[in-house]
Design a protein around this ligand. Sequence first.
Ligand code: NAP
Ligand code: GDD
Length: 331
Amino acid sequence: MTARRALITGITGQDGSYLAEFLLDRGYQVHGMVRRSSTEKFERIEQIRDRLELHQGDLLDQRSLVDTLRASRPDEIYNLAAMSYVAASWVQPTLTAEFSGIGVTRLLEAMREACPEARFYQASSSEMFGKVREVPQTELTPFYPRSPYGVAKAYGHFITVNYRESYGLHATSGILFNHESPRRGLEFVTRKITWHAAAIKLGLQTKLKLGNLDAERDWGFAGDYVRAMWLMLQEDQADDFVIATGSAHSVRECLQIAFDQVGVSLDGHVETDPGLLRPAEVEQLIGDAGKAKRMLGWEPEVSFEELIRMMVDADLALLSRDPGARRAYGR
Ligand code: NAP
Ligand code: GDD
């Protein structure tokens, strides 16, 4: 039997690397789209690099998308590429809209041209719920995005639904709540906390500066969430699914667990910095993944506390091996 073929945009990111490993384990031929850069940023996929076929392309460039789809001939397309850091979306609002909004249309158009029979997954986000209209949030909760990133993602979600309804494409939108791992970028709050807790423990840092400690998120483990992406594309009908744990925790709780894990008191180590507050904040997100449980049989396996402890341990191991590893990713 010939192997199924998958194309992942954003394969060098946190989710892309876990999804690539997941699909390789299931016998897929995995293709990835990567941007050209003067220095390669393949740390997260180093361990599987020789099992992947990489294609150069960019969500800003239509030609490269059509060529990537023609070359990879995917049965499944996972569109994970995006400008994913919410805080940066106020600094680069139009670029964010280009990558994370219009980029979705470009890829869907390329799919119509090159492989209309493929199945398409769009990485939508709980950030679209923003100033939430109900608690918990479901597939039917109206959106009220609070950042240029959230606005761009709402566009990406609706264009996915629209191409499903207009052209009959198998196009699915996964509305994923925050998910983290030892491979999370260092600017996101969980990883910033776990990295600093480890660095303070090892005497490499003394202080951690944070913004809003009261923000609450529904945080899960990225490894669990990529399994949900794949399950969605195995459904005969394309649809929308919320993926979440159903519990919210504050940044403050995350801090406490991380510092407990290294056995260091928070006193004197943590400062709040008004410069890290956002122009418009999302105070609390909490999702109801009941539809995914019923239809896909999906449930998260890693709890919030296990996740944070796992990330702290990975950062301790990373920084013990290489105290200068400011930019590296744990495995
Ligand atoms: P990430 O680690 O920041 O990875 C983003 C990926 O997108 C990287 O591979 C990056 O490539 C690529 N990329 C960015 N702009 C691109 C462009 N113009 N053309 C091609 N590739 C581009 O993000 P993640 O956490 O894995 O998230 C994956 C997706 O899920 C994103 O769309 C994100 O918005 C969405 N999402 C994430 C979460 C979460 O909590 N993690 C929740 C909901 C939705 P480089 O390596 O070249 O920068
Ligand atoms: N990054 C960061 N840094 N966030 C901080 C800090 C800090 O120093 N201090 C407090 N926070 C608060 C933010 O204000 C926010 O309320 C919360 O911690 C989470 O911030 P992030 O970890 O940056 O994630 P996010 O929720 O904004 O966005 C992530 O989740 C979305 C899904 O809801 C990203 O992964 C998005 O790509 C994703 O769509």
